[in-house]
Every structure is written in C-alpha cells, then in structure tokens.
Design a protein around this ligand. Structure first.
Ligand code: NAD
Ligand code: UDP
Length: 347
C-alpha cells in the first residue's frame, strides 16, 4: 500500500540506477515522482517500472538546470519528503574533453535543487557520489575517511564538488543530506525488464563483456595485465544494482525518520570484495556458458590498480548489506543483454 506521507522525488529516475531504485521504493510503500530530461534514458522505462512494481510513477520531463521548471515541480508536488538526486552526466572520457558540459549539468542541477528545496522547506536529499573520489588510496579497503585524491576527470571533480556543496549547505541551512559513494554498479533487475542502456561503445567493463558475449563487439580488450595484483589485472568492487537501489531506500528512511547522526553523512556502497578483470571474464564464461573473446591490451590512462570498499559503516548505520554475488550480477546482466539483442527493448 502506498504511504502518501512518504513521497520521494527521484531525479534521473528513468536512468539505470534510478529506475531500479524507483522499483525498490515502490516495493517499500513509497510514492515516487520522477524528474528526468531523458538525455540518457528512454520513456518506455516508465512502462517497465509499472510492469514490475504495479504502480506507474508520476513523471516530469524537465531539465534540472532550468530552475523555473524545478520550482514548478515542487509547487505541483507540495508534500515531497525526500529527494534522491541521480541526474547527472557520467561519461568520464567525454567529461575530459567537454569539462564545462559536466560542470554545468552536474553542479547546476544540484544547486538548483538545493535552492528550491530550501525555498519550499523540503530538507532531505540523497546524493549519488562515486568511489572515484578516492583515486588510488594508499590503504585498502577504502573507508569513508580515506582522503580524496585530485580528480583526473571533470566527472570526478563534479562528484567531489557535489559532496562539498552538500556538506557546506547542510551545515548552514535546513538541508540534511546523505552522500552515497558507489563502487562499480553492474547487473539488472531479475525480470530483465530494466537494465543499463549504454549509448555507443561502452566504456564500462560489464556492458562491454555482455556485448562481446552476444557478438555485438568482436573482442574485449583487457586494459593491462601487468598491475601488482595476483593475476596482473585491475581489481574493483562490483555491486549489484538492485542491492544499490535498496541502500537508497534505507538512506531515505534514515533521513525521513530523522535518524541521521549529523546533517551530512557519507556511506560507501560496495560488497567489500575485490574482483579482477580476468576473474570477471572467467566468471562470465562459467555463469553463462558463453565463450568470451578477449585480448590483453595496454593499460587505460587514469585507471587505478585496485579499489574496494570498507562497508562497515553502511552495514551498521544504514542497516544495509549487499546480498547478491557475482553470479547474480553476471546472469542478470546477461539476461538483459539477451533481451536487448532480441529487440524486445525498443531502443
Ligand atoms: P544514467 O545516465 O543511466 O541516469 C542518469 C539520468 O539522469 C538519465 O536518465 C538522464 O536522462 C538524467 N539526467 C541527466 N542530466 C539531467 C538533467 N540536467 N535534468 C534531468 N535529468 C537529467 O546514469 P546512472 O548509471 O543511473 O547513474 C546515476 C547516478 O549515479 C549519476 O549521478 C552517476 O554519476 C552516479 N554514478 C553512477 C555510476 C555507474 O557506474 N553507473 C557509478 C558511480 C556513480
Ligand atoms: N576494463 C577493461 N576493458 C574494458 C573496460 C574496462 O579491461 O573494455 C577494466 C578497467 O581497466 C577497470 C575495470 O575493467 O580495471 C572496470 O572498469 P570500468 O570502466 O567499468 O569502471 P571504473 O574504471 O570506473 O572502475
């Protein structure tokens, strides 16, 4: 049953992580409102959310950089209890070439939201940050206290700046915020009705793996096997997108129930387990029974060798723990890729 006392605005809610989060919010009894300009997502995702969760979220097709539109939304939806702010551009390489596009979109959308939230008396916000803020830490696993390193891309800068904006604004205004630092989100909903929709040639490992598996790409290039890791390939903390989505529900609950211990909190969202690129390739072949063409190539500029999370804080304070393993991540990503290939997703 929908609890109208729990209306949550999800910006970027038709996107990859946003759509999975809307499903989990609805499952948990929240009323959801989505704001998205569809710059990197498709309207049919609303149908898919309705198919999975049985409720169609209210949808505003707006650009959050347009403050008047954000004000109109808050005027129309007067009882929003919390905002989850996913909307952002996220292509790291593009952000290096077009930094202003990223500073404008990612920072202005956040500033507009915070200004309007302050005006309208809406005080809770959950922010999508990223483990990229850590760079390559001297000590692993990365804890929330691990210092930031200078960002190598404008995208990374916008996440560091977003956190700083929230911290300062939360100490000076009515705003209470939680920044969630995602490690490597992968996988798809078990229904295979929603998942990641990468535009063009994927930069990220998982969509490149599944697209190679299905034959859309000829071969995966592993970016370097001469790192100081057990098999020489880079290590990351892959986390199932549905686990990630559930953490957002917990963060909203914490803010709405006024359980946060300070006006600004930060949590790592990962499994705490590091997996190498070669381990992903081998696990993909085992889980799907599909042979994967790959070759070893040079290192990719800007890649860190190894990064995985200390998850204790999220486990203890948010009451959240990643439950799904590599097998579920790979099988769900594969099922989604097969659906895309069959043309049952209208993109
Ligand atoms: P996504 O591109 O699938 O979703 C983002 C959504 O925001 C899209 O639907 C897009 O249309 C929308 N959007 C962008 N700018 C907008 C604007 N100005 N106004 C309205 N809508 C706008 O991305 P995602 O993978 O779901 O990522 C969600 C968030 O998580 C982003 O902030 C991203 O930086 C962050 N994040 C993602 C990853 C990852 O690997 N996917 C990792 C760490 C952090
Ligand atoms: N990677 C790779 N080949 C690819 C894409 C990625 O070997 O085609 C590696 C990359 O070097 C990194 C890991 O896979 O070690 C995860 O990369 P991704 O871009 O998905 O995430 P991020 O680098 O942001 O952690």
């Amino acid at each position: 049953m929908t609890n109208t006392n729990k209306k949550v605005l999800v910006t970027g809610g038709t996107g990859y992580i946003g759509s999975h989060t809307v499903v989990e919010l609805i499952n948990a009894g929240y009323e959801t409102v989505i704001a998205d300009n569809l710059s990197n997502s498709e309207r049919f995702i609303l149908d898919r959310i309705e198919q999975i969760a049985g409720v169609r979220p209210k949808f505003y097709e707006i650009d959050l950089c347009d403050k008047a539109k954000v004000e109109d939304l808050f005027n129309a939806e007067s009882d929003i209890k919390a905002v989850i702010h996913f909307a952002a551009f996220k292509a790291v390489g593009e952000s290096v070439k077009e930094p202003l596009k990223y500073f404008r979109n990612n920072n202005l959308s956040l500033i507009n939201l915070l200004e309007v939230m302050n005006e309208k008396g809406v005080n809770n916000i959950v922010f999508s940050s990223s483990a990229t803020v850590y760079g390559q830490p001297d000590v692993l696993p990365a804890t929330e206290a691990t210092p930031f390193q200078k960002a190598l891309s404008a995208y990374g800068s916008t996440k560091q700046m977003g956190e700083e904006i929230l911290e300062k604004v939360s100490s000076a205004t009515i705003i209470k915020s939680i920044a969630l630092r995602y490690f490597n989100p992968v996988g798809a909903h078990k229904s295979a009705l929603i998942g990641e929709l990468p535009v063009g040639v994927p930069n990220n490992l998982m969509p490149f793996v599944t697209q190679t598996g299905i034959g859309k790409r000829e071969m995966l290039t592993i970016f370097g096997d001469d790192y100081s890791t057990p098999d020489g390939t880079c290590i990351r903390d892959y986390i199932h997108v549905v686990d990630l989505a559930k953490a957002h529900v917990k963060a909203c609950e914490r803010l709405i129930a006024e359980k946060a211990e300070s006006n600004y909190e930060v949590f790592n969202l990962g499994t705490g387990k590091g997996t190498s690129v070669l381990e992903i390739v081998n696990a993909f072949e085992k889980v799907t029974g599909q042979k994967l063409n790959y070759k070893i190539g040079p290192r990719r500029e800007g890649d860190v060798e190894s990064l995985y999370a200390e998850t204790k804080l999220a486990n203890e304070k948010l009451g959240w723990k990643a439950e799904l393993g590599l097998e579920e991540m790979l099988s769900s990503a594969w099922a989604w890729e097969v659906k895309l290939h069959e043309g049952t997703v209208e993109v």
